[in-house]
Design a protein around this ligand. Structure first.
Ligand code: GH3
Ligand code: MG
Ligand code: MG
Ligand code: MG
Length: 334
């Protein structure tokens, strides 16, 4: 934390590495600048006589500041300045234009092209070094802020992913992957309020596997778990609209919440679901129906009125399920 607070302060010390890249067609200028910087602590120097190679040299040397000549054969210095600015890797490297020209128009054009500074050559060594150090320091600080920013973004991203995973774990049932009781309560309550506000229909199906205690007794608990998963997956496939929710609310009990769904539509869906489980033909030798695993389904629909409770809808669906059980199982009652 302490370090981060210091990030914005540009400390006037010499103990950071400086890499100067000079791009100038005249070898004599190259030699003069090399000599001027030779005894300076922590300043490295690279000379590039070919303007075509300047971008590559800036990347390769990891330049922290560029000294750029204006008048060169082939490429015009201002064009080159614009090119540095266009490349992602050289975009932010400070550029000090170094030219024999002293007129305001040329200086102005250099800044417009993207230069950070302008010196008439050959400048006084003390001033040159001071400007090199100043621009390098700004650049290093910029890079540091970039890194800190990236690290921050990365940890934020990780936190976000962890939260999403946590949310997923909190809301889903470990065995079947469907929503769990906790999430059903939350979701159902929210949908109830919305249906009341919008005066729309809300349908609820309750699904219970038939004779499942007998299934466990006959085939064992592990087989029971596996069958639970398979049936749950079929039930889940009937949550077809984005607002539908399939949840496991008890051992072998499931619900399907269907907002803005009529009783008739709910019945059709319930019957398809019941038939789909029946058609899975999961062997159950002591089942009440056709030696296979079946489900009983109870459904209810309301348009919530003021003062009504969502418990009424749950109880109505529960009563319908009880009727389905009483009248022989493997069926839908509304
Ligand atoms: P009904 O047809 O009336 O619904 O009878 P049933 O036997 O299915 O109902 P009951 O409520 O008597 O028993 C439910 C059984 O479901 C009891 C339990 O052994 C089984 N069960 C509940 N949760 C799990 C589970 O996570 N895994 C397994 N394998 N079995 C479970
Ligand atoms: Mg020149
Ligand atoms: Mg049961
Ligand atoms: Mg039950």
């Amino acid at each position: 934390m302490q370090n981060q607070l210091n990030l914005n302060i540009e400390q006037p010390t010499d103990d950071y590495p400086v890499m100067v890249l000079l791009v100038d067609d005249q070898a004599m200028v190259g030699e003069a600048v090399r000599r001027a910087l030779a005894t300076e602590p922590n300043i490295n120097f690279h000379y590039c006589a070919q303007p075509e190679e300047a971008i590559t040299a800036a990347k390769k040397t990891r330049a922290t500041v560029i000294l750029q000549d204006l008048v060169m054969p082939g490429i015009d210095g201002l064009t080159l300045v614009r090119q540095y600015r266009a490349h992602p890797e050289t975009r932010n490297i400070p550029i000090i234009v170094l030219s024999t020209r002293e007129d305001a128009a040329t200086k102005s054009a250099a800044f417009t092209a993207g230069a950070n500074d302008y010196l008439v050559k050959l400048p006084d060594t003390i001033e040159l070094v001071a400007r090199i150090r100043y621009h390098s320091r700004s650049y290093m600080n910029l890079l540091q802020r970039d890194e800190a920013y990236c690290a921050l973004r990365q940890s934020q991203q990780q936190l976000l992913e962890t939260n999403l995973e946590l949310q997923r774990l909190t809301n889903s049932d470990g065995l079947t992957g469907l929503a769990n009781r906790r999430y059903f309560d939350e979701y159902f309550s929210a949908e109830w309020k919305r249906a009341e506000r919008e005066q729309s229909m809300l349908s609820l199906l309750m699904i219970d596997i038939d004779d499942f205690k007998l299934y466990n007794d006959t085939y064992g608990h592990l087989a029971g778990d596996s069958t639970l998963k398979r049936v749950a997956s079929t039930i889940g496939s009937y949550a077809r609209r984005p607002a539908d929710l399939a949840a496991r609310v008890g051992g072998e009990e499931f619900v399907l919440v269907m907002p803005t769904t009529s009783s008739e539509h709910m019945r059709i869906l319930g019957e398809k679901l019941q038939l789909a489980v029946y058609s899975m033909q999961i062997a159950h030798s002591v089942s009440s129906n056709d030696d296979r695993v079946t489900v009983s389904v109870g459904g209810a629909t309301v348009t919530p009125q003021r003062d009504a409770s969502l418990l009424n809808l749950i109880e109505a669906a529960d009563r319908a399920l009880y009727r389905a059980k009483r009248s022989g199982k493997n069926r839908v009652e509304i």
